[in-house]
Ligand binder design. Sequence first.
Ligand code: 5RP
Length: 224
Amino acid sequence: MNSSDQIKKNVAKKALEYIHTGQTVGIGSGTTVQAFIHLLKEKIDQGLRITTIAASLESEKLLKSYGISVDDTITSCDLYIDGADEIDEDKNCLKGLGRALFREKIIATMSKQVIICVDESKRSLKLHKAPIVCEILPFGFHATIKLIEKLGYRGKLRCDENHQKIVTDNGNYLFDIKLKDVLDDPKKAHLALKHIPGVLETGIFFNIVNKVLVGLKEGQVIEI
Ligand code: 5RP
């Protein structure tokens, strides 16, 4: 049986097969992506040349520390590599536990191919396990939460262990909606939430993922 870290490495290694010199590559955020960046460095050392755009300051820092070029003025990517918190049979996913959903969605949307790397535990027939994460504007956030609750959702403003509000790389707050039931219509849920002015973006990704790489406990990686 492979450990969780080893599974991340296995999936990251598979994702690396899609990267070629001359590409612009969107780089997501989270621990799976970190494993990917470590392997990317080895390829860079062997002569691979790419330009990247990163979805979080953490990923950007790691890429730069490895001498990998990061350019946030890029307007399109050949491909985007990221993790997810949960993914369903139709490749809809929930993202944002790592705080970076807003930039992740911007980069995924500008990418020709979106590849999501997960382990088996993150797969579901329908989304229900992970929260719907909303990035919300600090101004008027009480009112925004009230409107989210008016849609029937319940959740929590994300805080750290000292009960301080988590602030994203964009200077905003996060509201984590706990799902009571399966998310039958991810697009409808996203649009209803996005209709609230204080909701800047949601972690519901639909019609955006092209390929899913799933790392199995036994060590193989399957492509969906
Ligand atoms: C960050 C994300 C991450 O992709 C997601 O949380 C998965 O992270 P990990 O690879 O650490 O499990 O959406 O906003």
